[in-house]
Ligand binder design. Structure first.
Ligand SMILES: [Fe+2]
Length: 242
């Protein structure tokens, strides 16, 4: 092949390669746009839930934000931390499927009402299940009420069998529940809530996650005590998130 033809062929090859790169970038941008649109729709659902259940007002966003921060502090990759943050934002979305009468009843739930309430992680995972790119998020949502010692629900998973994202969301969820007012008790101070997390570390909550979570919170609120100050907290916590 003459040199000119070879140069021409090379230029054509290079041009189509550049074109392919541009297409790939277009596809990536479209994919991100679609993902963003789906998140926005899910966020709309989460907001609808907040309208239905005053308890979750502001709660979803805080749990989402804090879960993302704690995941980063644990050294997870940015995409994974982002997934955990989104799952934190949507963790209670399954409460959409719980009757309002049960959601609004704050104390004295009957056994069958508890059973309905405890279905929300599974319902939430089912709501986001159609979004394949969010499969890890669905798993995180399903397991956000598991406890490290195996006493949680829906599957009674224990220790490392609980997906890490779910262990992260659980800590943020419990912390926000403790620092929010409840009909049966006033909000704990951040310091008292931090002590409660320490007391539960290695019991119901993942100890490493508690440390990472409180590290990030200390950056935000000076009154949270230093990690390692493990004061016991006899009975001060009340009922954490459900
Ligand atoms: Fe929940």
């Amino acid at each position: 092949m003459p040199a000119d033809d070879l140069a021409m062929a090379y230029r054509r090859l290079n041009a189509s390669y550049q074109q392919t790169l541009r297409y790939a970038e277009d596809v990536r941008r479209l994919y991100r746009q679609v993902q963003g649109a789906i998140y926005q729709s899910l966020l709309g659902l989460a907001n609808a839930l907040e309208a239905k259940d005053a308890y979750t007002r502001g709660h979803s966003e805080r749990v989402g934000r804090w879960s993302r921060q704690a995941a980063r502090a644990l050294g997870l990759a940015p995409e994974e931390a982002e997934m955990i943050g989104q799952a934190g934002l949507l963790h209670d979305i399954g409460k959409i499927g719980v009757p309002e009468a049960v959601l609004r009843k704050r104390a004295g739930l009957e056994a069958d009402e508890w059973a309905q309430m405890r279905r929300h992680p599974v319902i939430g995972a089912q709501i986001v299940a159609p979004f394949e790119f969010f499969a890890a998020g669905a798993i995180t949502i399903r397991h956000h009420h598991e406890r490290l010692d195996g006493s949680g629900y829906p599957d009674g998973l224990a220790g490392a069998a609980i997906p890490l994202g779910a262990r992260v969301v659980a800590v943020a969820d419990v912390y926000d529940a403790l620092t929010s007012d409840r009909p049966y008790r006033a909000a704990l101070t951040p310091a008292a809530a931090a002590e409660h997390l320490h007391a539960e570390a290695g019991g119901t909550l993942d100890g490493d996650v508690v440390v990472a979570f409180l590290e990030t919170m200390r950056g935000l609120r000076e009154e949270v005590p230093r990690v390692g100050a493990r004061a016991a907290l006899p009975g001060a916590a009340g009922t954490p998130a459900r």
